[in-house]
Design a protein around this ligand. Structure first.
Ligand code: WT7
Length: 648
């Protein structure tokens, strides 16, 4: 732990929406009088029929279930659009920056966005899309991604956004899992000057047991000549041109599903995290306003992709509910050069910037000059999300990017939690580099030891949350039992986050990283089991075990131990083949950093792989392998240690 502490700057301590005394008072109220607290906070949403009941939630098996504002009705797209038309119809809602700095940017007002959403919603309806139906979105970072999400929300369809970096195989699995018969995509995406063949990927995915898909809507983005299948594929622009700009917003129950987003866990296939409408809306909008101290008119940029939950909550829904101007960027931080982010900040006058540690580490490596040659004088607040931020990267962000004047909100949360759970609030909390500081209103974090005993005061343990909050996921799509088993049985009656965490003497929380078989590669969450099953699907592979390893830019890299079939002689060619194989099965984000061939994996006598040892080898912590006497063949470890390749 770094011991630097940055006090709240005086102007923030005075003028922020949430100052230190306000935080204390509101936090106490949120815990002691939750009904009254949430009634107040829920007033930020336009309800069609007001709710009478706040929350009915239990994490216990007998009466397990999570409901918030259950008898209220609303429409989230109307909360993002219609409610603003009178006051800010001409204000820019989305500022879009293309991959290439030479391409034109776009500014879309609330009025224009409303019209785009209504037309696209009518196109979906014309294709027979009904309330409750699943629509898969596989789109680049363009305003139309937000349009498609909001159009689904407007008519009560459930969107499932699949990150455009996923392979056709991964896309197919997600289409099948939620029985989606309609896919929305683009001809191509662009990232760092490279084309991403989205339509071709969809065509390939639909060859993989996706017979149910009868409609593909294709946005022309790069204008590439992509084959269109007669009777199935519809051109976005032609489709919406035939539609009316009038589309009434469907009245949705607070607990009606809003979206599914697939995320990786320690076991099995990625699970479809389901979020519902009312609680998610209140939670996303509230956290947005307080965490970013958001004031109407400010230019705000969250550099996440809409393919991840951060993009859902903090690029699209929360900013638009709040009437913000939200920046969307199609490209990458390092192309054409490492000034790109900060040039965009200057171009648009961005006041609040929210990004990922992995991007900061990549930029930090390129040197300060790329940053300091830009002005950045518009910036007033910085955010970090997705993985632990190491104190060096934090200090660099603070000193070089923010010139020491911008507080950094290090926000800890998860796909499952909908929005921020622990974070400093810029006007309330002194900052400690690397710490997510304090819980958000309504969040009660507990640290447990391995026996499940609560750790009081300073200490380190498993992070659990002891009561429901409005934006909590409601189920795993199609597998409610898996939802219960995954999150509420490790420690009975508590939500288990999968993260380890420390609490210091000041009650500040420090996330130490995943303690399950999930790794975080460049802020992308991956189950080691997924990479393993991709590897063993290769005809030459007998067995594979995957662990995380420290990586200077990615945070964690992927370290794979592979045993080949006996007749196979592993060589460099096979290593390269396996890397390509995994990229094709899952996507480039799953590219293994190290593949170590080994004649055997370390197993206990009952045949269980001893991952603890593999993790230590992955970390290159070879002096500290622990007790290996329970291994069936302790010699395996010597081979593994001797055969550890070093990173180039
Ligand atoms: C996992 C969740 C947060 C939404 C995007 C990622 C790690 C996330 C932080 C942070 C330390 C963090 C945790 C968490 N994580 N934010 N500020 N400090 N760790 O959502 O893909 O569901 O991943 O990301 O390990 O469990 P996700």
């Amino acid at each position: 732990m770094a011991d630097a502490v940055y006090p709240v700057p005086a102007d923030w301590a005075e003028n922020a929406l949430i100052t230190a005394p306000v935080y204390e008072e509101r936090y106490r109220m949120s815990i002691e009088q939750p009904d009254a607290f949430w009634r107040e906070e829920a007033a930020r949403i336009d309800w069609i029929r007001p709710f009478t009941r706040v929350s009915e939630a239990s994490f216990h098996e007998a009466d397990f279930g999570i409901k918030w504002f259950a008898d209220g009705t609303l429409n989230l797209a109307a909360n993002c659009l219609d409610r603003h038309l009178e006051e800010r119809g001409d204000q820019v809602a989305i500022l879009w920056e293309a991959d290439s700095p030479d391409a034109a940017s776009r500014a879309i007002t609330y009025g224009e966005l409303h019209e785009m959403v209504c037309r696209f919603a009518n196109l979906l309806k014309a294709q027979g899309v009904r309330k409750g139906e699943r629509v898969t979105l596989y789109l680049p970072m363009v305003p139309e991604a937000a349009v498609a999400m909001l159009a689904c929300a407007r008519i009560g369809a459930i969107h499932s956004v699949v990150f455009a970096g996923f392979s056709p195989e991964a896309l197919a699995g997600r289409i099948q899992d939620c029985d989606s018969r309609i896919v929305v995509t683009a001809d191509e995406g662009l990232r760092g000057g490279k084309k991403v063949p989205l339509k071709a990927n969809v065509d390939a995915a639909l060859g993989h047991n996706c017979e149910a898909v009868d409609t593909v809507i294709v946005l022309k983005h790069t204008g590439a000549d992509v084959p269109m299948t007669q009777g199935r594929d519809i051109d976005w622009a032609m489709g919406v041109a035939a539609q009316s700009a009038d589309c009434p917003a469907e009245e949705m129950g607070a607990e009606d599903p809003l979206f599914i987003l697939y995320t990786s866990g320690s076991t099995g296939k990625p699970k479809g995290v389901l979020h519902t409408t009312g609680g998610y809306a209140v939670w996303a909008a509230m956290t947005f306003q307080y965490v970013f101290d958001y004031r109407p008119g400010q230019i705000y940029w969250c550099a996440a992709d809409v393919g991840w939950v951060t993009g859902h909550s903090y690029v699209v829904y929360a900013p638009l509910m709040t009437g913000a101007t939200t920046v969307m960027f199609e490209g990458v931080p390092t192309w054409p050069d490492a000034s790109r982010f900060w040039q965009i900040v200057d171009k648009f006058g961005v006041e609040i910037f929210y990004g990922a540690p992995t991007a900061l580490r990549a930029l930090m490596r390129e040197g300060d000059e790329w940053v300091t040659r830009t002005s950045r004088k518009s910036l007033r607040l910085l955010g970090s999300v997705g993985e632990p931020i190491n104190p060096e990267a934090w200090e660099w962000y603070h000193r070089v990017v923010g010139e020491g004047r911008c507080p950094i909100v290090d926000t800890w949360w998860q796909t499952e939690t909908g929005a921020c759970m622990m974070t400093p609030l810029p006007g309330a909390h002194a900052l400690k580099p690397g710490s997510a500081a304090k819980p958000m209103f309504g969040v009660r974090p507990l640290l447990l030891d391995n026996e499940g005993q609560v750790i009081e005061g300073a200490g380190e343990g498993c992070l659990v949350i002891d009561r429901s909050w409005p934006g909590q996921m409601r189920t795993v799509w199609g597998d409610h039992e898996r939802f219960f088993q995954t999150y509420f049985t490790t420690f009975k009656g508590l939500y288990f986050t999968g993260d380890g965490c420390k609490r210091d003497e000041d009650g500040y929380y420090w996330i130490t990283g995943r303690i399950d078989d999930v790794i975080n590669v460049s802020g992308h969450r991956m189950g080691t089991a997924e990479v393993e099953s991709a590897l063993v699907a290769h005809p030459k592979v007998a067995e594979a075990a995957v662990v995380g390893m420290p990586h200077a830019v990615k945070g964690q890299g992927i370290y794979a131990f592979v045993t080949t079939n006996v007749e196979v002689e592993p060589d460099e060619q096979l290593r390269r083949d396996l890397v390509q194989w995994v990229r094709r099965e899952i996507g480039p984000i799953a590219t293994p950093d190290i593949i170590q061939f080994t004649p055997a994996l370390p197993k206990t006598r009952s045949g269980k792989i001893m991952r603890r040892i593999l993790r230590k080898i992955g970390e290159n912590d070879l002096s500290n392998l622990g007790d290996i006497s329970t291994l069936a063949d302790p010699q395996v470890v010597e081979h593994l240690v001797a055969g550890r390749p070093q990173l180039a």
